[in-house]
Design a protein around this ligand. Sequence first.
Ligand SMILES: *[C@@H]1O[C@H](CO)[C@@H](O)[C@H](O)[C@H]1NC(C)=O
Length: 412
Amino acid sequence: MVVKAPLLSLLVNLHAALLFLPAPGSAQVYDVTRYGARPDGVTDSAVPFLRAWADACRSPGLGPATVHVPPGVFLLGRSTTFSGPCKARSIAFSIAGTLLAPAGYGWDSAGPGRWITFESVDRLTVSGGTLDARGASLWACKKQQQLLHPLLHCPSGASSLTISNSKGVLVEGVRSVNSELFHVVVLQSHGVTLRRVAVEAPGDSPNTDGIHVHMSSHVSVYDANIRTGDDCVSIGPGNSHLWVERVACGPGHGISIGSLGKEQGMAVEAVQNVTVKTTWFTGTTNGLRIKTWGSSKRGFVSGVDFIDSTMTGVQNPIIIDQNYCPDKNGCGTHKSSSIKVSDVKYVGIRGWSATPVAVNFDCSKSNPCRGISLQDVMLTYNQSPMVGGAAKSSCRNAQGSTLGLVVPPSCL
Ligand SMILES: *[C@@H]1O[C@H](CO)[C@@H](O)[C@H](O)[C@H]1NC(C)=O
C-alpha cells in the first residue's frame, strides 16, 4: 500500500497532464474573439464564428480541433450554419458564454427555420454555454393570432440548435432558453448523445418542444431537465433505437412519440425500438404519450418500453391517442388512423393523475393497438385517492396484458 500510493498519484497526474496539456500540434484551439467576435451582446459575431469554424474544420491536426467561445454574451444575429465535412479528425465547439439571437421576431422569416445548425459534421462535440433565443415576442404574436386575429401573420420561427446529417455527436451541458420554436433538434443523424441538456421556456410558450428527434437512429438522451411549453421530448417519424433516460419534464406536454401520420407526403412513417427510462413529470399535460393523426397515412410504432416513471399532477399520465387532430385540420375525412401501434410496455409507473382517466388507450378502429402491456402501475386520481374518487382506465380498440399490480385496473 505504501508503495502504491505515489504510483497512483503519478498515474493520476499523468492522466491530468494528458487531458490538459496536449502535445504541441496535436490539438488546436480557435478562439472566436481572435476572429473579431465581441462579447458585448450587440455586435453580430456570426461571421467571426463562421471564420473560426472554417479554420477548425480544415485543421489537419491529429488531435481535436476546438472552436472556443469564451465567457460573455455573443450576438449571433442571423441563421448560422457550421458545415462539414471537416478535415479535422474530430471537432469540438466549446461554449463558456451565452449566444444571443436577435431581438424581436422575423429575422429568419426567409431562412431555414433554424438559428444555429451543425450540418454534416461527424465526430462533433458541442459543450457548455447558454443559447438564448429571446422567443417571447414571437410567442406573443402567435398567442394573439390564435386568440384574436386569425389573419395576423406570425412566422413559424427558428429552432435554436439543430444537429443535421451528422454521425458521432455529443451535445453536453448545453442550456437552451426561450427558443422561438424547438429548442434542440436532431435531424437525419446517427449516433448522437445528448447529455445534461437543460431547456427553459414558459409553460405557455407555443411550439417550444425541448428535444425533437426526427429521421434518426441510435440517439440517446441522458439527464435532461426540461421546462417548456410543448413536448419535453418529441420523437417524430423515422426514428429507431432511441434511448431516453433520466429526464425531468414540467411544465410541458410530456414525452411524445409522434405525432405520426399527418396527411402530407407519401412515405410510410415508422418509429421502432424506443426506451424511455426513469422519468419525472411534474404538472405536465401528458406523461408518456403516443399520438397519431386520424388519417390514412400508413406506418407503425413498435417496440416501445416505458420504464420507471413518476407522475406528479399529470393530466394524462399514460396515453395513446390515435385520433390526434388539433385545430381539426390535417386529418382529412379519414377519421381512423392507419398507423399500427404494437408491442408497447409500461413498467413501474407511479404517482398521481390530475384527471380521473389516468390510463387512456384510444386506438384506431381500423388498426387496433396490439401487445400493450402494463406491469406494476400505481396511479391515483389526485394526490390522495380520498379526493375525487379512484383513477380510471379507458380503452378503445386496444389489446394487451397485465403483470403484477396494476392500479387503476386495466381495461385491456
Ligand atoms: C434497441 O436500441 C438500443 C439503443 O437504444 C440498442 O442498444 C439495441 O441493440 C436495439 N435493439 C434492437 C433489437 O435493435
